[in-house]
Write a new protein. Structure first.
Lengths: 155, 119
């Protein structure tokens, strides 16, 4: 009986070690990406199977786009604040509010266009199938940026 | 009277014949092969049936479980089960991390996400 119990404990130990080893090995890459400061780009490389050359080009494009993105981000923040202030300061729609909203919508459109250009350019650097997948994922966010990607794809 | 006498003689003759027949009769019973072993096996089977399931399990566990072929099968099955479970859980975990990283990447190229955060 003692021998059998010992065997059972050893079996449980071996199984536990197998479980943790397999789990660690299978999640190591994802954990590495998540811990990386530029995890998004690391994920992009892995998810869309970018070669070194493709990744170098995409990274360059990303770096070139970053200042544009930051400028637009700043303009959107200013525009959002202006619209919010105008809406809060009046009980009716004033010409200033209407103009600010129009400007806000135009700016949003401009941002979406810039993003779409960037996304098309990045997808063009990928292999055709990966490029299609990337476009599907990225454009879904452009159409409705506030919504979760999965729910957009479901629709 | 004659009939009674005849009947009595006949009965006596029959008894004599029966006596003779019985004296010649010999019992020659033969025990079937493995008679004792079969009896003991039957007794053991009845005792075994009377024992509780737990006792039988404990006995099986003590005697059979540690035999090499069964032990190897148990270890293999247990290891395969744990590795398979770990793999499935890792797939789930990787999918969750993938969604987080995808969102993180999209935030870096989406000025609308940053603009709406900063207000």
């Amino acid at each position: 009986m003692k021998r059998a119990v010992l065997f059972l404990i050893l079996t449980a130990l071996v199984s536990a070690v197998g479980y943790f080893a397999c789990y660690e090995m299978a999640t190591r890459s994802a954990k590495h990406c998540l811990a990386h400061p530029d995890g998004g780009m690391v994920w992009l490389r892995s998810e869309y199977h970018l070669s070194d050359a493709q990744f170098a080009k995409v990274t360059k494009m990303h770096e070139d786009y970053r200042p544009t993105c930051a400028r637009m981000c700043q303009r959107i923040a200013v525009s959002n604040a202006k619209v919010n202030d105008l809406i809060a300061s009046s009980a009716t729609v004033t010409p200033e509010t209407a103009a600010a909203l129009k400007e806000w919508a135009l700016l949003q459109n401009e941002c979406r266009l810039a993003m779409l250009q960037h996304v098309y350019a990045v997808s063009a650097e990928m292999n055709p199938e990966d490029g299609r997948r990337y476009l599907k994922m990225a454009t879904a966010r452009i159409v409705a940026p506030g919504m979760a990607h999965a729910s957009l794809l479901e629709k | 009277m004659r009939a009674f006498r005849w009947e009595r003689e006949t009965k006596m003759n029959t008894d004599q014949n029966l006596k003779q027949l019985l004296s010649t009769w010999r019992v020659e019973a033969e025990v079937p092969p493995r008679f004792q072993a079969n009896v003991w096996a039957q007794i053991a089977a009845r005792e075994s049936a009377r024992r509780s399931l737990w006792n039988q399990l404990a006995e099986w566990f003590t005697t059979e479980f540690c035999k090499p072929h069964l032990a190897a099968a148990v270890v293999t099955f247990s290891l395969a089960l744990s590795v398979g479970t770990a793999y499935l859980r890792a797939q789930d975990s990787n999918a969750t991390v993938g969604r987080q990283l995808e969102a993180r990447y999209m935030e870096t190229i989406n000025p609308l996400a940053h603009g709406s955060h900063s207000t």
